[in-house]
Design a protein around this ligand. Structure first.
Ligand code: PPS
Length: 277
């Protein structure tokens, strides 16, 4: 972790969730913003359409644990949300989620992305985000990722421990970035049935279209272009939005090393990722 996420630890841990809060949980760069916009549109697209053109997504769906003075105070933003339900984002490994979310039996949407693309996306994010540690050169980053020495820790622990949590806490919808790329409409249907929502066919069509990568990339209310600590000249937040970009970064030798290590770390064969579709 970095101090931006630990500064306010006690208050974050004591955050009071409400029963209808919805937590969007992810390892960084797994598709948080994508699913945040989908949920925001599903809940408020019809009743409060002005949100879409006036409130940046990071204010509609606050990042619980962030604490960058004079810019983002996640828990204050969450506490001041006027909406119901409140949509709240976290990158916490499952053991750090404030306990009130479990006590209140809140719905949780977890999004996971295959490790290789997740690593590549995180690398470019660390290059452009001034609040992140310098990524250094790729080969070094590649090894650091495998060792779990990343902000928010090990990808392997994150996806596995959230997967395990699903066995004892039934209010988690565990979804995959690759499935969303393959068929966004199908994944929105699954989300709706988890959330107990039934949008009209027209509404669903509009949402599915609005959240396609090209549309989100040019939508200044969701592409993070207003966040001053991000330098889009180095790399845009909405970078490529693809499955398989790792092939442009991994050497053959790195891929072999990665696969070998992956087998040792990913023992639960019920949790399967696709690195191409
Ligand atoms: S963050 O900073 O953790 O909240 O980032 P997060 O939103 O989780 O992940 C950013 C990556 O998701 C991609 N993205 C999308 N891909 C496909 N379709 C849509 N609509 C979409 N929206 C965001 C974004 O481009 C980042 O991935 P990369 O691979 O870097 O392009």
């Amino acid at each position: 972790m970095t101090h931006y996420f630990t500064n306010n630890w006690e208050n974050i841990q004591n955050f009071q969730a409400r029963p209808d809060d919805i937590l969007i949980a992810t390892y960084p760069k797994a598709g948080t913003t994508w699913v945040s916009l989908i949920l925001d549109l599903l809940y408020f697209g019809k009743t409060a359409p002005e949100r879409q053109t006036s409130i940046p997504i990071e204010h509609r769906v606050p990042f619980l644990e962030i604490n960058i003075p004079s810019m983002f105070q996640g828990i204050d933003m969450a506490e001041n949300l006027p909406t119901s339900p409140r949509l709240i984002k976290t990158h916490f490994p499952v053991q750090f989620v404030p306990k009130s979310f479990w006590e209140q039996n809140c719905k949780v949407v977890y999004v996971a992305r295959n490790a290789k693309d997740n690593m590549v996306s995180f690398f470019h994010f660390d290059r452009m985000n001034m609040a992140e540690p310098e990524p250094g050169e790729w080969n070094n980053y590649f090894h650091r990722f495998m060792e779990g020495k990343m902000v928010f820790g090990s990808w392997y622990d994150h996806v596995n421990n959230w997967w395990k949590k699903k066995q004892t806490y039934s209010n988690i919808h565990y979804m995959f970035y690759e499935d969303m790329i393959e068929d966004t409409g199908r994944e929105i249907d699954k989300l709706c049935s988890f959330l107990g929502l039934s949008p009209s066919a027209e509404e669903k069509k509009q949402i599915t279209g609005g959240v396609q990568f090209d549309n989100m990339k040019k939508n200044d209310m969701v592409n993070h272009c207003t966040i001053p600590i991000m330098d889009f000249k180095i790399s845009p937040f909405m970078r490529k939005g693809k499955v398989g970009d790792w092939k442009n970064h991994f050497t053959v030798a790195q891929n072999e090393e990665f696969e070998e290590d992956y087998k040792k770390k990913m023992k639960d064969l019920t949790l399967e990722f696709r690195t191409e579709i």
